[in-house]
Design a protein around this ligand. Structure first.
Ligand code: EPZ
Length: 417
């Protein structure tokens, strides 16, 4: 099992470009199920989760070809519309094949995703939305069985903001009869990227990126081509890497407004941050202030950057109160950061971080989930001595060549068996 070994104390300086967004690419691949034929995607990150999505598409009868950052999907009428547990359990985003299969073929059998390290993460709102579109939904043997002769448009209010729920229902509604209105929809940039692709396929989606999305159903969609948007969470992770190391790092190929909330908080902590229309630079700071954050749906502070920001706050001057309002168990990195010398008290949805500059020392630590592993690598960059992060398969799910990107900025980091 691979480990990441980080020698702390190196300043990171330089320019780094981010890869394609995991949390857009996965949904674009599943959206291809809405139209038989040859879909072409570029800027697709090389990640384990993308491989998992490809395996699921293969099990549904699709062919896929990867060439560099290009990824082609040839969709043909599936032999089965069942997404098997073995494939879904590896990646809960697989539930997003439900909407496309149901809309296109009138049926879908998708394994319930099960929980994951950061929480139970139910899909009740996905299923409520499908029922609102006229689907019959039953839960049998751990599988969601969905059936509908023809989906019929609906007005659906999400009782809480759900990225995946918004995406699943938006995709299903593209082939429903009539015009669907989704209210309290998630506004993440990845949803806009998906809507843009659906519209290239011939769908009529309006309002993506706002809390009201309107989808006018059409009879058929056609395959198309699309470049995946860049990964704003990777961009934020790399900026925090620069900040925590005391260096100056410019992240390119990113729209600053996608991480406006992080930029705001870095400035509040005392960092100078400059931007162009496709880059963000965090400037050197020898010390920084503790600031409070509360994670929340876009455009507020992203839960996917909470663990990384907590590592930064553990070295700040003062006490930071970090609220995690999206997931119920996303403080798994706290104990490992404490083993490195951080002073953090986790409560159920809030962690109190008593920052102390220079408090981190290297240690063997264990990754528990994707963003927690990133947080431990960042802490290792600033810790005295050597940090070894175990179970970094978590990291490989969502970061393409992170050690190469950090190494190119001056980090002393290597992957060992
Ligand atoms: C997406 O997960 C992302 N994953 C997550 O990124 C991200 O943290 C999350 O959105 C929030 O931004 C992908 O895009 C593949 P949600 P998703 O539905 O869609 C509850 C990462 O690190 N909920 O917005 O699963 C749910 O339990 C990953 O890249 C229901 O209660 O998130 C959670 O508490 C981690 N019922 C909250 O809503 C539902 O039917 C937000 O979940 C659906 C969700």
């Amino acid at each position: 099992m691979d480990k990441m070994v980080v020698q702390g104390g190196q300043e990171l300086n330089g320019i780094v470009s981010v890869s394609g967004a995991k949390n857009s690419a996965l949904k674009l691949l599943f959206a291809s199920l809405l139209a038989e034929g040859h879909h072409h995607f570029s800027n697709v990150p090389k990640l384990m989760d993308v491989d998992s999505a490809a395996n699921l598409l293969h099990s549904l009868g699709c062919e896929t070809h990867r060439e560099g950052d290009s990824f082609d999907v040839i969709v043909q009428r599936p032999k089965t519309t069942e997404a098997h547990y073995d494939l879904v359990r590896k990646m809960r985003a697989s539930i997003l094949c439900l909407g496309p299969l149901l809309a296109k073929y009138g049926e879908a059998v998708v394994s319930l995703p099960g929980g994951c390290a950061i929480g139970t993460r139910p899909i009740d709102l996905h299923l409520e939305g499908m029922k609102a579109l006229g689907a019959e939904i039953t839960l049998e043997d751990g599988y969601v069985k969905a059936r509908a002769k023809k989906l019929v448009a609906t007005n659906f209010l999400f009782e809480l903001v759900t990225v995946g729920g918004t995406e699943n229902i938006m995709m299903a509604a593209t082939l429903a009869e009539g015009t669907t209105v989704l209210e309290n929809a998630a506004k993440e940039p990845e949803i806009v990227d998906l809507a843009n692709y659906l519209n290239k396929m011939g769908a009529k989606v309006k309002g993506a990126g706002t809390s009201v999305i309107t989808i006018e159903g059409v009879n058929e969609l056609k395959p198309a081509s699309h470049a995946v948007m860049s990964d704003r969470i990777e961009a934020g992770t790399l900026l925090i890497a620069g900040a925590i190391s005391g260096g100056e790092v410019t992240v390119t190929n990113i729209h600053p407004e996608w991480i406006e909330s992080l930029i705001f908080k870095l400035k509040e902590a005392g960092f100078k941050v400059s931007t162009t229309d496709n880059s963000v630079t965090v400037h050197k700071a020898k010390s920084w202030q503790a600031v409070d954050i509360n994670t929340a749906p876009y455009p507020l502070f992203p839960t996917d950057l909470q663990a990384q920001f907590m590592a930064l706050m553990s070295l700040a001057e003062g006490t930071s109160v970090i609220g995690e309002t999206v997931f119920e168990n996303r403080f798994m990195h706290v104990q490992e950061l404490c083993r490195m010398g951080a002073d953090i008290t986790p409560k159920s949805r809030v962690a109190v971080v008593r920052g102390r500059p220079g408090c981190l020392s290297g240690a063997p630590v264990m990754a528990t989930d994707l963003r927690a592993s990133a947080s431990l690598v960042l802490a290792g960059l600033a810790a005295r001595g050597e940090t070894t992060v175990g179970r970094i398969y978590h990291l490989d799910r969502g970061y393409e060549k992170l050690e190469a990107k950090l190494g190119a900025l001056g980090a002393k980091i290597k992957r060992v068996q």
